[in-house]
Every structure is written in C-alpha cells, then in structure tokens.
Write a protein that binds this ligand. Structure first.
Ligand code: LLP
Length: 421
C-alpha cells in the first residue's frame, strides 16, 4: 500500500498534508503512516497464517516506541540486538517471552537482563559467547533457551555491507563446525539448545538464497536430532526486500509458501524477523530546499536534510525516490540535479544527476522509503539536532520524538573541573 499520495496537488501522509506538519514541527522531519505500518504487519503475519510461525519485528530498523507499540498492539514479537532495544521492546508493550536477542557481541550484563525478564530466546554466535551465557545462566539458577546462529555460506546477492551469510562475514558459527558446537552447547549446564537461527542479509530481492540457506538449516536439524538434541524452533532471520526504485521483491505469499514447504512438517515453531519490510515504505523524510546552486558544470539542490539524518545514500549508495511535495504539473519538464545536504563532506549527497522538475528555495521534498534504517541511524554530526519523528493516523498526527534544541544538546555535555570558570 502507498500511504503517501498527492491530494489536490499536495503530497499527503494518509489524510494529512505534509506542509501542515512542516509548519508545526519544522524541517527536516521523519513521517510515518500508521495505516501503512498496520497493513505491512498484517500482510506479513497474514501470509504465515496457518503455519506455526511468529513475526518478531527487528527493532534495529525503526525503534521509535510509538512505532513498536503499533506493532505490539497487533501481537508482534521483537528481535533486539542490545539491552537498549530490549528495554524499548518491553516499554512498548512486547512481552519478554516474545523477544529474541540477536547479535555477535552480547555482554554478560545484557544476558542477565534478558534472562531475568524471561526472554524467549538468545541467538548465540560464538563459543566464548556460549560459555559466558552458560556461566551467567548457571549463576542465576536457570538454563538459557538458545538458538545457535549458523553461517550457511550462502551469497545473499545484496549490498556487501549488509550481506551476512558468507563464511568471511563475522556472523554465525561456521557451517562445518555447527554440529560440533551444538554438542558442546548441549553439554553446558546453563544452556538449553532449542533452536537453529540463520540470517544471510538484508534487502534480498530473490528467493533463491533464502531457500538455499533454509535447506541447509533443515539438513542440520536432522543431524542434530540424530545426535539427540531436541531442536524445536527455527529462526529464519530478516524479512524480504522492498521496492526503492525498480526492484521486484519476492511475493510475500511465495516466500511464506517456500518457508512452509521447507519447514512445514518438522514440528518446529518458526520465527521471522522482518524489519525493513514492515517499516521501509511506511516512512518518508521531509526536507526543505535551502538553495538551488548553479555551478559551471552541475546544478545542486541544497536541502536542509543531510547525511546525518539519512545515511543510506552515503553509506550504501542507496537510492531513495525524491518527490516534490507540491505535485508537478502534468508533463512538467525534469532536468538532472545533484541533491545534497549542508554537511561539510562531499559524501553528503542524496542523489547524483536526479531528474527532478523545477524546484526553488523553500519548496518541500520527500525522500521516500525512509521508514527503515533512517531515523535509527541518524547522528547529530555538525551539531545538527536529530530530526523529529511524526506519526500520522488518518487525519491526525503526533510528534513521537521531538527535535532537541541546540541548548538541550549542549546541556547534555559536561565541562571538566580544570576547564570551568
Ligand atoms: N535479523 C537479523 C539478525 C538482522 O541482522 C537483521 C538486519 C534483521 C533481522 C532485519 O533485517 P530486514 O528485515 O530489515 O532486512 N542498515 C542497513 C540494513 C542493516 C541490516 C542489519 N540486519 C540498511 O540501511 O540497508
């Protein structure tokens, strides 16, 4: 579904005109659509209806409490990668027994917090982590329910920085060692090896790598059952890719059908950890044009959002569609322009030679598909306050994270005694 459409020549989020939000909160700002969040979640969970499967929203993609609560109200679980995200998930109303804790570097403190709350599962990625977890659990008089994340050595065919399932990546236990490590896990007093986890990368637009990885997991499951290890859960990692430009992401029902055909008769509960697929197209970043600069060789659209607000184009050469908030006249001529932010780095570029209709100072534009890995990856580089987040619901909207003032940012820092006065 697309919640961001032109109505009477003005780009709206559901029933709210974006200039109305800009007037109240200033620019740049992130804007999310409740309708899109709900539709995306329902479509995802719905595709798996009838399977013993649950959706654990990957908080790393968008961890705003209001967004997480929107999913919590629909029955979602959570996939978290830090104590901070774990506490967010709980604060948003997701019960601990629906939370999976992933990540290669969990500290003992994080393990303790998760076990105390009664977490559903920790996904372990190394032998030292397994040993540390066993010690922590034993000291608390419990056994930690775990899955071991295996590295199936499958090429996810996505951007190198977000591919995780090849043997040279830091993630998971090497495929060839997996059986042996499960043996070790089963012998540890604080560990209850209940599942197998796999995640080969993000923004996958082809089902084949998923299928290859899942088939390897099932192969391992049979081997482990032969070894007497009672595997009853499978965690199949992140979700399917989304359309940013002209990608053709896999059909959700085809994906769910593939999961059913591979895992359906194993007697396992399946966990899915989509992030991007639930929030990516449910959010935009709205920005105002500061200047149109005409150089000798290029034209630049200098906008008030920058790489600190949305880093994906700088970091991954990611494409985000750009829409003028005022609908261009039918047949309006476009010409190529570089869309850049005010940060003092050439990398602060959103788009090179993007064909756009004429735009002028003070015009508003929207970066599309910015709901995932947008606000969560923002920083205050150049002492630029974090862009606020706004959630729309029908004709209503609310600021769900305000923009800090520069004074608040400065007040958060401390002067050492020798520099005071
Ligand atoms: N589960 C695990 C273990 C993950 O590492 C990830 C993402 C997910 C689930 C969620 O994946 P998704 O459904 O969103 O594809 N910042 C990058 C994406 C990093 C993804 C990291 N892991 C970007 O902006 O493209």
């Amino acid at each position: 579904m697309n919640a961001f459409t032109y109505r009477n020549g003005i780009l709206h989020a559901e029933g709210v005109a974006l200039p109305a939000i800009a007037e109240q909160v200033g620019t740049p700002f992130y804007c999310y659509s409740t309708e899109a969040l709900v539709a995306n979640y329902r479509a995802y969970a719905g595709a798996f209806e009838g399977q013993d499967a649950g959706v654990c929203f990957a908080l790393k993609s968008n961890s705003n409490l209001a967004v997480v609560r929107t999913f919590a109200a629909l029955g979602a679980g959570a996939d978290v990668v830090s104590e901070g995200e774990f506490k967010r998930a709980l604060a948003a109303g997701i019960p601990a027994d629906r939370i999976v804790f992933s990540g290669v570097g969990k500290t003992r403190q994080e393990m303790r917090t998760a076990l105390e709350a009664g977490i559903y599962q920790l996904n372990v990625e190394s032998i030292p982590e397994l040993e540390a977890l066993s010690e922590v659990a034993t000291s608390m008089g419990v056994r930690a329910p775990i899955a071991i994340r295996v590295n199936p050595d499958v090429d996810a065919k996505t951007h190198a920085k977000i591919a995780t399932g090849k043997k040279e990546n830091k993630f998971g236990i090497d495929w060839d060692h997996a059986r042996e490590v499960y043996g070790k896990a089963a012998a540890l007093p604080g560990i209850d090896p209940v599942g197998i986890a796999v995640h080969i990368g993000s923004q996958l637009t082809d089902l084949a790598p998923f299928r290859a990885a899942f088939e390897r997991v099932v192969e391992l499951l049979h081997a482990l059952r032969e070894d007497g290890i009672d595997i009853r859960r499978l965690d199949l990692g992140g979700g399917i890719g989304i359309r940013y430009r002209d990608e053709t992401p896999p059909d959700l029902h085809e994906y769910a059908g593939m999961v059913r055909s591979i895992t359906g008769n194993l007697g396992c509960h399946v966990t899915l950890e989509p992030g991007r697929a639930l929030v990516g197209n449910a959010g935009i970043l709205v920005s105002r044009v500061i200047y149109v600069k005409k150089g000798l060789h290029r034209r630049f659209l200098i906008v008030d959002a920058a790489m600190n607000d949305l880093i994906r184009p700088s970091l991954y050469d990611a494409y985000h569609a750009i829409l003028p908030v005022a609908e261009p006249a039918p047949g309006a001529k476009t010409s190529p322009i570089d869309v850049v932010g005010p940060v003092c780095e050439s990398g602060d570029t959103f788009a090179l030679q993007r064909p756009l209709p004429p735009l002028a100072s003070d015009d508003l534009i929207a970066f599309c598909s910015a709901g995932a890995y947008g606000a969560v990856m923002a920083s205050s580089y150049n002492t630029r306050p974090l862009a606020p987040e706004v959630l729309v619901n029908g004709t209503d909207f609310a600021v769900i994270r305000p923009r800090p003032t520069v004074e608040e940012m400065l007040a958060a820092e401390r002067m050492p005694a020798w520099l005071k006065g």
